[in-house]
Design a protein around this ligand. Sequence first.
Ligand SMILES: Cc1cc2nc3c(=O)[nH]c(=O)nc-3n(C[C@H](O)[C@H](O)[C@H](O)COP(=O)(O)OP(=O)(O)OC[C@H]3O[C@@H](n4cnc5c(N)ncnc54)[C@H](O)[C@@H]3O)c2cc1C
Length: 463
Amino acid sequence: MTNQNLEKRAVDLFAVALSRSLGDSRVIVDSDILAQFSRDKSHCEGVMPDVAVRVKSEDELTSVLKMANEYNVPVVARGAGTGKAGGAIPLRGGLVLDMTRLDQLLEVDRENLLAVVRPGIVTGNLQSMVENEGLFYPPDPNSLDTCTIGGNVAHNAGGPRAFKYGVTREYVMGLRSVLMGGDVVVSGKRTVKGVTGYDVTALMVGSEGTLGVFSQITLRLTRKPPVLSTLLIPMPDEESAGIAVSRIVAAGIVPRVLEFMDTTIVDVLRTKGVTGIDDGTGALILAEMDGDSEELVERATLQLADVCETLGAGEILMARHGGDREKLWAARRVMSDAVAETARHKVSEDIVVPRSLAPQLLTGLKKISKRFGVKVASYGHAGDGNYHVNVLWDDEGFNVTPVVAEVFRLTLALGGTITGEHGVGIAKKPYLPWEQGTSLIALQRSIKQVFDPKGLLNPDKIF
Ligand SMILES: Cc1cc2nc3c(=O)[nH]c(=O)nc-3n(C[C@H](O)[C@H](O)[C@H](O)COP(=O)(O)OP(=O)(O)OC[C@H]3O[C@@H](n4cnc5c(N)ncnc54)[C@H](O)[C@@H]3O)c2cc1C
């Protein structure tokens, strides 16, 4: 028998054992449903799993991972499948664990400012639930209406509010993780401080579903800031926008959001009639301030506007409340789809450079665009130096790989990193050695070996 036949036979026997253990109705082999689990929101090609289970409890997860380990079946945990690096694609087939039904909010502890959740809870739902109680979970990936907290922890997701509040890592206090073989590892704490042993929780955050499957997550909360103000700032060009971002930071102003949109994006948004763009607009800044006092927020808002005005900003739009604020966010919300509509193909990267080197990055991207004859549109979390670089083209036969490689070369030459929040997955696997040395990669491989000696959990990802 060939290796492939042996693997197929192992999966068939596993599926039978799974049906015996959970009941036939719980084991998904319907090809239409399996096809939904074959890909994510990356440009990576999908791969069909052989079987899937919608996990309903930690006990069930434990027994399924024990069985899969015995039968040598590869396993991929899946949240909402919004990942942009191919992390949830079952590259070797096998079992997909759909975690979206394990989605309960188990506890909100107001005195200790924490929440305990199951991994399948949708990030936006968790935020609304805690905000109803005057509390706040700040990480806000733009996919928050669909993505899950489990996926966010696996990718250490960021979002526009990361500039002030940090990324998911800063909010994960503790985890229950189930390893291949079914062992449950409880890590972290419910206290503000605590340094007992290695920080295994920190290791699991950002491990892209390769070390263990989260079954429970303890998250730090803060008080919801009552005062908000949003600004949409039209800048004459990208350079002045870049300088404005640096000056805002240098002035000690700490907006919770500081987003940037380049000239190409402004041109696309202009055709959509988006509010706040006039003929002289060459770049946009979307900023948001929050705090406890009207006076302090007002003062910081005016200070930020002042910095931009001295650099030639056009008419700055400001809003304080729900609907009006949403109008200013429209540019940011419609942008991704609007840009994608302008070409038949799009690849989106999420690189980070030191904040102060944004002007050099944008100049370098222009050169790349010219050299390869493709459109490059960039937007992103400018406060963090994190840019989503979109390469757009129409020609079916065009090979985009050299363009992407050039974007990564430029990023690394500026002292940056090839992924700020989307993870390595499959998409960035070939470029990992460009950023990390052989000993660091070897060390990470050894860690993977300790957690998953047979290499069955989300295999062939990252390395
Ligand atoms: C329109 C759009 C906007 C986006 N904006 C942002 C953004 O602003 N910031 C950002 O960081 N990302 C963003 N993303 C990317 C994506 O939403 C995030 O990476 C998100 O964290 C993925 O969550 P998910 O539930 O969809 O996970 P999936 O895509 O299903 O899985 C992602 C990874 O997590 C692992 N995983 C899932 N659940 C578990 C679990 N319970 N235990 C262990 N591993 C698990 C999977 O194996 C996989 O490796 C965006 C994506 C889209 C489509």
